[in-house]
Design a protein around this ligand. Structure first.
Ligand SMILES: [Zn+2]
Length: 190
């Protein structure tokens, strides 16, 4: 299989569409996500947010069904278009995650992994399952990420997603939030 790795970049949503170089993934990201033993429930997904002074990282893990309505390789042009659109949307992270301007963050890296879509490294455990996930990890470089009071999350554009369980880790501690289509702003105030 092929693994593409993108160079560090400041992303432009327009350029993100259809560039093979962006279909990138690191083994580490995929392995750690699966090692966490997360549940697979259609309609639900998980977002981990880590806030450091000059870096804000997000790790999104979702059943593939939430994004495209099936959990296997696409079988026809319509399904391939659905996958391409979902991948392009996940790659356009600076509009998917709108971080409070006070933190002055810029997108630095996007990595996607899904065995069913042959994105990133193949996880043998997942390849055998009837269900399939997609993992996306993001890194933003920030002037001061601790100044971010909120992040507006665009993931509910995926209409099959109904609940996002968020875990935030910051120097001040950890906390959890649950977002839904009617409440898409992640408050970082404790
Ligand atoms: Zn499933």
């Amino acid at each position: 299989m092929l693994v593409f790795q993108a160079p560090r970049r400041t992303a432009s949503p327009a350029r993100a569409v259809g560039l093979p170089a962006l279909f990138c993934a690191l083994a580490i990201a995929a392995t750690s996500a699966h090692a966490a033993g997360k549940a697979h429930a259609h309609g639900d997904a998980r977002l981990d947010v880590a806030i450091e002074p000059q870096r804000l990282s997000l790790q999104f893990s979702s059943p593939l069904d939430n994004l495209v309505g099936f959990e296997r390789a696409p079988r026809n042009d319509k399904e391939r278009q659905q996958v391409d659109a979902a991948v392009a949307r996940l790659n356009a992270a600076d509009t998917m995650f709108r971080i409070d301007a006070a933190a002055q963050c810029k997108l630095a890296k996007v990595e996607l992994a899904s065995a069913a879509l042959k994105l990133g490294p193949v996880d043998p455990a997942q390849a055998k399952s009837d269900h399939a996930d997609i993992d996306a990890s993001y890194e933003f470089s920030c002037t001061d990420a601790t100044k971010a009071r909120h992040i507006d999350i665009g993931l509910f554009e995926f209409k099959r997603l109904h609940r996002l369980d968020v875990q935030v880790a910051a120097s001040t501690g950890q906390f959890k939030r649950a977002l839904k289509p009617s409440a898409t702003r992640l408050s970082l105030a404790r």
